[in-house]
Design a protein around this ligand. Structure first.
Ligand SMILES: Nc1ncnc2c1ncn2[C@@H]1O[C@H](COP(=O)(O)OP(=O)(O)OP(=O)(O)O)[C@@H](O)[C@H]1O
Ligand SMILES: [Mg+2]
Length: 364
């Protein structure tokens, strides 16, 4: 495990990269914890969107309560800011169970985890954020704990070491990960229920925004809400953040009312365009289209053209450009899709964009 243990439970992979502190970064800012906590939905009925996950989780929780047993272990997987931590808290709230919160990077030694596990109350929820970053010895301890509610605590070192088996109270592990692919098979198999979080539709973000506005006492008008929702990259965390930035503007320069016009002006100041691209995203797209005529071009060349690190272009700008259908990653390099020219308001020259042709990216 190479990840530093310094970023707290809320930090996700990619935190600390240049460019991730922008208005549309999905990563939680360090000063954002308090306000996010105040906006967290308290129970499943307040949790907007994700109808599939909500229904499945509700069945898991309700049937467990009927049986009077803790539910199966739950894995929440999906990109940052979509509500994994919120769902973990909601799980505890719905069960009326206490919750203990830790994170993969914090569990470096098996002993730390053993101490935690043996102190759990019956039915307690153990939430491990960023569970893909758990150290191997702790992970191995977790296998037996999850399966048999048992741990072997090793006392002493070398040939004289003895393993003392301890039994645990039945508990439910809720793991969250932005990188489910990095989980080992044995760990993944021990979760009885896995929820895959999807990006939100603008109509769902509209509901998130209305709820947040009323909690924060913001006069948010329906057109203002939709304007912000459309620029939030399908991510509630971004929607809530843009709402606060538009609120600032409305308060200082306007009449305190957040309508579509206010949102447009305010978000122009923060370099967030109509579909949620920020300065770096647009610089990458612009370089790809104007300087390299739509590609294909290697990511290293593209990074030099926009004056950024390769890693920043790859992990900060590209994922959303790909998801928005503006850029495709091909074996020959990065290619602009026809939608990229449209978005930049440019005519697309014939033959541009390599072999992608008018059919658009074949990757979706
Ligand atoms: N379905 C939802 N309904 C209402 N608000 C939501 C929803 N999902 C997320 N939010 C809001 O978005 C913010 C971020 O959510 P949360 O912290 O749960 O995301 P996460 O998936 O745990 O992110 P990370 O991967 O960075 O840990 C919270 O403040 C929460 O209020
Ligand atoms: Mg989280």
């Amino acid at each position: 495990m190479s990840g530093s243990a310094q970023d707290g439970p809320g930090g996700s992979d990619g935190a600390g990269l240049a460019g991730t502190d922008g208005a549309v970064s999905p990563i939680e800012g360090i000063d954002e914890r308090a306000v996010e906590a105040s906006l967290r939905p308290a129970d499943l009925s307040e949790f907007v969107g994700q109808p599939k996950v909500r229904e499945q989780l509700q069945l898991v929780l309700e049937s467990a309560m009927q049986r009077g047993r803790p539910p199966d272990h739950i894995l929440l997987s999906g990109p940052p800011g979509l509500g994994k931590t919120s769902l973990a808290m909601i799980t505890a709230a719905e069960l009326g169970a206490p919750i203990r919160i830790t994170s993969g990077p914090a569990l470096e030694r098996a002993g730390d985890l053993a101490a935690l596990l043996t102190s759990l109350a019956p039915g307690e929820i153990l939430f491990i954020d960023e569970i893909h970053r758990i150290a191997r010895p702790a992970e191995e301890l977790l296998y037996m704990a999850m399966e048999d509610f048992r741990v072997d605590v090793v006392i002493g070192k070398g040939p004289g070491a003895t393993a003392i088996p301890l039994s645990l109270e039945p508990f439910t592990l809720v793991g969250a990960t932005t990188r489910a692919g990095l989980l080992t098979g044995p760990l993944r198999d021990r979760f009885g229920f896995t929820a895959h979080m999807e990006f939100y539709e603008p109509e769902e973000l509209d509901l998130v925004l209305r709820r947040s506005a009323s909690l924060l006492g913001i006069d948010l008008r329906p057109d203002g809400s939709m304007e912000i929702a459309g620029r939030s990259r399908g991510t509630p965390r971004i929607a809530n953040r843009l709402l606060r930035r538009v609120r600032d503007y409305a308060q200082v320069r306007g009449a305190g009312v957040v309508d579509a016009a206010t949102a447009r002006t305010a978000l122009a100041i923060y370099d967030v365009d109509e579909i949620g691209l920020d300065r770096l995203d647009r610089a990458v797209l612009d370089a790809l289209v104007r300087r390299f005529h739509g590609g294909p071009v290697g990511v290293a060349t593209l990074a030099v053209a926009v004056g950024e690190e390769i890693e920043t272009v790859e992990s900060v700008a590209e994922p959303f450009l790909v998801r928005a259908g503006l850029l495709a990653r091909t074996p020959r390099g990065r290619v602009a899709t026809p939608a990229a020219w449209t978005h930049l308001g440019l005519p697309r020259p014939p033959g541009a964009g390599g072999q992608l042709g008018a059919a658009g990216p074949a990757l979706f």
